[in-house]
Write a protein that binds this ligand. Structure first.
Ligand code: LER
Ligand code: MN
Length: 280
C-alpha cells in the first residue's frame, strides 16, 4: 500500500507557485502527492515532475469538475471544455507517471436533479460517447481512468459501485475502473466493505476520509473491516487522504466545507497518516 495526500488539504488551486507542498508532504511521510487539478494553466507539469523526482515523491492526478467541464452537458461548449480538460489531465498523468487520472469525470460535480427520462438518456449517451473517446486516448498513453462515485448531493449520475459497474458494462473499456471514497460510500452504500469487494480488481484509487471529511480514524468507520475488504481484493494501490482547505475554489459548493475539521491541516495530515499506517 502506498499512502498519499490530496493537494486540496493545503492549497487551492495547486500551482507551480505551491511546489513547496511536495517537500512538505514528503517530510510528513507520504509516498504520493495527489494533485486535484483545478487550474491546469497555472501548473507547469514538467517542473512538478522534476521537483518530485528530486524529492522522491510520486505525483498522481485527480480532476476537479466545475460546471464548464461537464462531458454530459446539453451545452456543447461545456462538453468540449470537459473533453479538453480531461485530455490535459491524461497528458499530465503521462508526464508524472501517474497510473491513473481519477475523479468524477462523468459530470459536473454538484450537478443533480436530471430526472426526466429523456434528459437522463441524452446525458448518458453523451457521457458514454465522450468517455469512450477519452478512455481510448488514455489507453494510448498507458493511463487508467478511475471514476469516483459521489454522494447524491454532488451528482445524480453515479452514486454507488453497482451503478458504476453498470456504466462500465455499457462502456466496455478495459482501462476504466474506480476511485472509491469513504466519505461518499458512507452516505450511499449499504455496507462499505461489500462495496469495496464488489469493485474488486476495478479499484484503482482510494480516498480515505473521515465521515466528516476530517482526520481518518476520528470517525465512526469500521476501518478493520475496510482493511479486510481491501486485502480480500488484493488491493495494493494508493490510499489518499482527502480533505479540503476552506479556500477550495473549483468545486466549493459541492464540497461544502464551511469549518475547519482539525486543529490545523498539518495535524489532520499527520494524525491521519499515522492512523492509516497503523490500521491498514
Ligand atoms: C473529490 O475527490 C471528491 O471526493 C468530491 O467530493 C469533491 O467534490
Ligand atoms: Mn474523493
Amino acid at each position: 500500500m502506498k499512502y498519499g495526500i490530496s493537494s486540496y488539504v493545503w492549497v487551492s488551486p495547486f500551482s507551480s507557485y505551491t511546489l513547496d507542498q511536495l517537500q512538505h508532504a514528503k517530510h510528513m511521510g507520504f509516498d504520493i502527492y495527489e494533485i486535484g487539478v483545478e487550474s491546469p494553466e497555472v501548473i507547469d507539469i514538467e517542473l512538478v515532475k522534476e521537483e518530485a523526482d528530486k524529492i522522491g515523491i510520486a505525483v498522481h492526478i485527480c480532476g476537479a469538475f466545475g460546471q464548464r467541464r461537464d462531458i454530459g452537458s446539453d451545452v456543447k461548449e461545456y462538453r468540449e471544455e470537459g473533453m479538453q480538460y480531461i485530455k490535459t489531465l491524461i497528458d499530465m498523468a503521462e508526464v508524472t507517471g501517474s497510473p491513473y487520472v481519477a475523479g468524477p469525470m462523468y459530470a459536473a460535480t454538484g450537478k443533480t436533479g436530471v430526472t426526466g427520462a429523456g434528459e437522463r438518456k441524452r446525458q448518458r449517451e453523451y457521457v458514454l460517447e465522450n468517455m469512450k473517446y477519452i478512455a481510448e486516448y488514455a489507453a494510448s498513453k498507458n493511463v487508467k481512468l478511475a471514476l469516483e462515485p459521489l454522494n447524491r448531493f454532488e451528482t445524480d449520475f453515479m452514486n454507488t459501485v453497482y451503478q458504476g459497474l453498470m456504466f462500465m458494462d455499457d462502456l466496455k473499456q478495459d482501462n476504466v475502473g474506480f476511485l472509491l471514497d469513504t466519505f461518499h460510500m458512507n452516505i450511499e452504500e449499504k455496507d462499505i466493505p461489500s462495496a469495496i469487494r464488489l469493485a474488486g480488481n476495478k479499484l484503482y484509487d482510494f480516498h480515505a476520509c473521515a465521515n466528516d471529511r476530517g482526520t481518518p480514524g476520528e470517525d465512526h468507520f469500521n476501518w478493520l473491516e475496510i482493511k479486510k475488504a481491501l486485502a480480500d481484493i488484493n488491493y495494493d494501490g494508493s490510499v489518499v487522504i482527502e480533505s479540503f482547505t476552506t479556500d477550495i475554489k473549483e468545486i466549493a459548493r459541492a464540497v461544502s466545507l464551511w469549518r475547519p475539521l482539525a486543529k490545523d491541516q498539518d495535524t489532520l495530515a499527520r494524525e491521519g497518516l499515522k492512523f492509516l499506517k497503523n490500521t491498514l
